[in-house]
Design a protein around this ligand. Structure first.
Ligand code: PLP
Length: 452
């Protein structure tokens, strides 16, 4: 940090403070983790300075031999780790990976004269007339994905995201009685809507999805099955999700982030069958510029780590810890969406404490517990205030916490929420007993002390 401090001390201070925050608080955000020093160091180096548009062996810049090594190894590790026919490791983020995947399916499937003329190599070659034609064609393309309040992601065809502008979107929710995906209902909507792409995958669904069943539905309606496994990629890599629950075995195209349960650097990736490979590899220049060579190096290191037997132990522990957290909360009287968890996350409905998600999130943060608010199915408080708090175990499991400690974490969460009340009719303001706050913050520090 001294090197940074000499140039811009405020940035050095923010980095130092972030390290302290991450050390001192219970990190229960389901999409976060702690990457290893090997991953971080593979990312913080001179590879960052290199331009390498193109793919290994076919670059638009000279001097790319080291980047070729890095990208080829990252893709090889990814293919081996997930049993995929093809891996594209350039996407900078989950959103990029999804855009690359959507366009790959469109360019493979849509009989588009405009796309054919442009060869989807360079959208800059499209004429105004091509664009008009394309908009008409794409406007007719349909995507079916999980609804946001059931746990789907914005990039699965929702309005504020470009995917919602590219596609005519419909969504499937969960059964109001059980909170689970109802495959007969997904099939019914698919038969009626006839989507080009059926998207499975989620950010806040605490159960497993049967991808074999999803593929059957996709095949029946002639859709391509795309799974966004951003959240649970670590559980796939760690062989917790196998058989019907292994997305790579069933979907034609699978996208992911690399920084969540997979514990790599911040980034994205697309896995696909060989038929889709050439379309996926056109991510650059379609939506990506120069790949982040340093991040691809860190992806290679993270995938190599995930291929070790220890990672399977880790992935199993993530799920065991989530069970312990869920059981601990239920035993103390909390209400959980679907009544529990089968994966790495728990969605608590905090309306049973008389709170909005926003109030609960803030009160927990005051007490040294970092979470994020999240809508619950049919949430009366909408996406901003919400009625839920999402909790995940990938980060604390990396630190070495086990089931007994996650039960203690459940006690801390329940204690804080029980000592918090809404201020009047506000959905944001709250009153938290200060003695409880300080006692819980101290217990959180003690809980982490054994796992620096
Ligand atoms: N897909 C899913 C299922 C996600 O949960 C997320 C992020 O939370 C993304 C995609 C987007 O990832 P990124 O933030 O890297 O763009």
């Amino acid at each position: 940090l001294d090197v940074v401090r000499a140039v811009e001390p405020r940035i050095a201070a923010a980095i130092g403070s972030e390290i302290e925050d991450q050390r001192a608080s219970l990190k229960l955000i389901a999409s976060e983790n702690y990457a290893s020093p090997a991953v971080l160091l593979a990312m913080g180096n001179w590879l960052s300075d290199k331009y390498a548009e193109g793919t290994p062996g076919r670059r638009f810049y000279a001097g790319c031999r080291n980047v070729d090594t890095v990208e080829s190894l990252a893709a090889e590790h990814a293919r081996e780790l997930f049993g995929a026919e093809h891996a594209y490791v350039q996407p900078h983020s989950g959103i990029d990976a999804n855009l690359v995947a959507f366009w790959a399916v469109l360019s493979q499937r849509v009989e588009s004269p405009a796309l054919r003329r442009a060869g989807v190599r360079n959208v800059n070659d499209l004429t105004e007339q091509d664009w008009a034609e394309l908009r008409r064609e794409l406007g007719n393309q349909r995507m079916l994905g999980m609804s946001l309040d059931a746990g789907g992601h914005l990039t699965h065809g929702f309005r504020p995201n470009i995917s919602g502008k590219m596609f005519d979107q419909r969504s499937y929710g969960t059964d109001p009685a059980t909170g689970l995906v109802d495959y007969d209902e997904v099939r019914r909507i698919a038969l009626e809507f006839k989507p080009l792409i059926l998207v499975a995958g989620y950010s806040a669904y605490p159960r497993l999805v049967n991808f074999r069943r999803m593929r059957e539905i996709a095949d029946e309606v002639g859709a391509t099955l795309m799974v966004d496994m951003a959240h649970f990629a670590g559980l796939v890599a760690g062989k917790v999700l196998t058989g019907d629950f292994d997305p790579v075995a069933h979907a034609q195209i699978v996208t992911t982030t690399t920084h969540k349960s997979l514990r790599g650097p911040r980034g994205g990736m697309v896995l696909c069958t060989s038929e889709l490979a050439e379309h996926v590899d056109r991510g650059c220049p379609l939506v990506l510029g120069g790949p982040l060579s340093h991040v691809m190096a860190a992806k290679a290191v993270a995938f190599a780590e995930a291929r070790r037997p220890e990672f399977q132990v880790y992935a199993r522990q993530v799920v065991d810890n989530a069970h312990a957290l869920a059981e601990g909360l239920l035993r103390r009287g909390a209400r959980l969406v679907t009544g529990g968890t089968d994966n790495h996350l728990v969605l608590a409905d905090v309306s049973s404490y008389g709170l909005t998600g926003r109030q609960a999130e803030a009160a927990l943060l005051d007490s040294g517990i970092v979470t994020n608010r999240n809508a619950v199915p049919q949430d009366p408080n909408g996406a901003w205030y919400t009625s839920g708090v999402r909790l995940g175990t990938p980060a604390l499991t990396t630190r070495g916490l086990g089931t007994a400690e996650l039960d203690e974490a459940a006690d801390l969460i329940h204690t804080v929420l029980s000592a918090t009340s809404a201020a009047g009719s506000s959905k944001a303001q709250y009153v938290l007993d200060e003695a409880v706050r300080d006692a819980v913050a101290k217990r959180a520090v003690d809980l982490l002390a054994g796992h620096p």
